[in-house]
Design a protein around this ligand. Structure first.
Ligand code: SF4
Length: 384
């Protein structure tokens, strides 16, 4: 059983904070080339893997909503032939407000998409403009309503907090407005200044929230969402009961996944495979029937790091038994002083055989995970 990820590498225009791989969309011909190669590669990979069961499909990008509903139909029909696709599979797509309207929303739904992550990123025109989004607040709200009218009953809104000139008050107002729309899911990522982006280059002249205000945005934003009925299930993700993203949950639980398209990553049977972050190189490799992917075999240490890193991102946390089975060691004993310090400051808890970070602890999750890495043994103590 596995998860399927499809990378759609096109965007209308690059946002000023974005370091994801995507190309400016140059026309239908370019989309057709990508689509044909994707279908070819899907068939090839499915044959090689023995047509496994797939329980979720996630279209990420880039901007998947730039594809036509017909293209979604073709890809999902092919996936149903290539894999054993669950009848109730979660089929998610990321969408941008500027490329969702009443007509294509209905088409996406008919094609089989049943969950949408709508990248609003902010509900404030000055903030959206400052980070180079191509849409405004009204377009985000209109797109959300178009999805509802089209019959989508599982829609998430994605936000970035900590934008230049953003205040705690503005962030909470935006979240309240988002909650009033009634999405099933909210993703709230803190802005990361990625090297090479315009925002990174201009950082000295921009006014970002300071550390204290950022912490308040994270904690008070989370409180606001929880009091509105959204449960935090991961560092940056909140959902109404039963509406957590099954694809992402599977990824954080360490399930195998196949990634198709340029820049897509797969993790299958302990091997991590990364497709080239270049549309031309990926197209040529698929055309030649060759594999241009980089393959890394995950060693013992990488597997333990992956377990600790992925699980500590989630509200469920790390199952101590999972750590013991993989390493033959006791996570609590290995990390005693760190765990004592975190629990004393209400930043982590131990319950029902699990160690997990509270919201306060999630704010410093990277530092906690780094410290846990330091105690990972170099070899397993499990008899193999
Ligand atoms: S739409 Fe998304 S993927 Fe495209 S440039 Fe903006 S943030 Fe990056």
């Amino acid at each position: 059983m596995m998860l399927l990820y499809i990378h759609v590498p096109f965007c209308r225009r690059k946002c000023r904070y974005c370091a994801f791989y995507s190309e400016p969309l140059r026309g239908d011909g370019q989309l057709r080339l990508w689509l044909n190669a994707l279908l070819t590669d899907m068939r090839r990979q499915a044959d090689a893997l023995g047509h496994p069961r797939v329980r979720t499909v996630f279209f990420g990008g880039g901007t998947p909503s730039l594809l036509s509903p017909a293209a979604f139909g073709q890809i999902l029909d092919a996936a149903a032939v290539c894999f054993s696709l669950d009848g109730d599979a979660e089929i998610s797509m990321e969408a941008n407000p500027d490329s969702v309207n009443a007509e294509n929303a209905a088409g996406f739904r008919t094609a089989g998409v049943n969950r949408v992550s709508l990248g609003a990123q902010a509900l404030d025109d000055a903030l959206l403009n400052a980070v180079g989004r191509v849409h405004d607040k009204a377009a985000a709200i209109a797109a959300f309503r178009a999805l509802r009218t089209a019959g989508f009953d599982n829609v998430g809104l994605d936000f970035i907090w900590g934008l230049p000139d953003e205040t705690l008050a503005s962030w909470k107002t935006q979240l309240s407005e988002a909650v009033a729309l009634g999405p099933e899911h909210l993703s709230c990522y803190g802005l990361t200044l990625e090297e090479g982006t315009p925002l990174f280059r201009e950082r000295a002249s921009l006014n970002f929230p300071d550390e204290e205000e950022s912490a308040a945005m994270y904690e008070e934003g989370g409180d606001l969402l929880e009091s509105a009925g959204y449960k935090q299930y991961e560092i940056s993700n909140y959902a109404k009961p039963g509406r957590a993203c099954r694809h992402n949950l599977g990824y954080w639980a360490g399930e195998d996944y196949l990634g198709l398209g340029p820049d897509a990553v797969s993790c299958l049977n302990g091997r991590r495979v990364t497709q080239p972050s270049d549309l031309g190189a990926w197209l040529s490799a698929v055309d030649a029937g060759q594999d241009a992917a980089e393959t890394e075999i995950l060693g013992f240490r990488e597997r333990v790091e992956e377990l600790v890193m992925l699980r500590l991102r989630t509200a469920e946390g790390l199952r101590l038994d999972d750590y013991r089975v993989l390493t033959g060691r006791d996570f609590l004993a290995d990390n005693r002083s760190l765990i004592d310090a975190l629990t004393r400051r209400s930043m982590a808890e131990l319950r029902n055989g699990r160690f997990f970070l509270t919201r306060k602890g999630m704010l410093v999750s990277n530092a906690v995970i780094e410290q846990c890495f330091e105690t990972i043994p170099t070899t397993t103590e499990v008899d193999v």
